[in-house]
Design a protein around this ligand. Structure first.
Ligand code: TYD
Length: 204
């Protein structure tokens, strides 16, 4: 099943990065992440997530993430898909819609527009949502928090609500997985969910 672009989404503390890696490994896909995935993108990521970047405005944050995404798509994602490789990205456009659009309150339509400009209209074929209740996610985040993780409980609740809304509005493109189990339990569900959507039966 070559050339699929799958993204993994979820709130901070959902275990999404681990799940994205395990999924990529299982599919033999390229694993990449946002913000980041390129040299420029990783620099922008450090600036955006640095707890000392207190003065960063919400608009600047949105545009820096969009710039990182533009570079990532052009340098990594498009070339891989053109070579019929599967790509798993740990976060993509829907992170911006959830975090900047709803979390920061910049508006989902505007953020989607900026994001599609950045990606040259590329969108994920399939989006895996690691769904987890806010208190469990907060617990898993621990104490060493980056700038966005520090944004507060209301912010993170808006993010989770936004993900659930996007998934229920577009069920054909989203696979929602309960993220409350162990790493292995969740991983099995992610793999089964993705393979059934991509037309392949999950291996045990
Ligand atoms: P994350 O992917 O959760 O990495 P880690 O597991 O190392 O914490 O962290 C990235 C942070 O960036 C996360 O708080 C969400 C945020 N983010 C946005 O706010 N908007 C975006 O578009 C993206 C891609 C990430």
């Amino acid at each position: 099943m070559p050339g699929h672009f799958i993204t993994v989404e979820g709130p901070d503390g959902s275990g999404k990065s681990t799940q994205a890696r395990l999924l990529a490994e299982h599919l033999g896909a390229i694993y990449t992440r946002e913000p980041g995935g390129t040299k420029l993108g990783e620099k922008l990521r450090n600036m955006v997530l640095d707890p000392n970047s207190e003065a960063l405005s919400d608009h600047a944050e949105a545009l820096m993430i969009a710039a990182a995404r533009a570079q990532h798509v052009e340098e990594v994602v498009i070339p891989a898909i053109e070579q019929d490789k599967n790509v798993v990205s740990d976060r993509f456009i829907e992170s911006s819609v959830a975090y900047q659009g709803y979390g920061r309150g910049l508006g989902p339509e505007k953020i989607l527009e900026i994001s599609l400009f950045a990606t040259q209209n590329l969108q994920a074929d399939l989006i895996v949502l690691i769904d987890i209740d806010a208190p469990l996610a907060a617990n898993r985040r621990g104490k060493n928090l980056d700038r966005i993780e520090k944004a507060g409980d209301d912010f993170h609740s808006r993010v989770m609500d936004a993900y659930r809304m996007m998934a229920s509005d577009d069920p054909g493109r989203w696979v929602v997985i309960d993220g409350s189990g162990t790493v292995n339990e969740v991983s099995r569900k992610v793999i089964a969910g993705v393979e059934s959507r991509l037309g392949k039966h999950a291996r045990d």
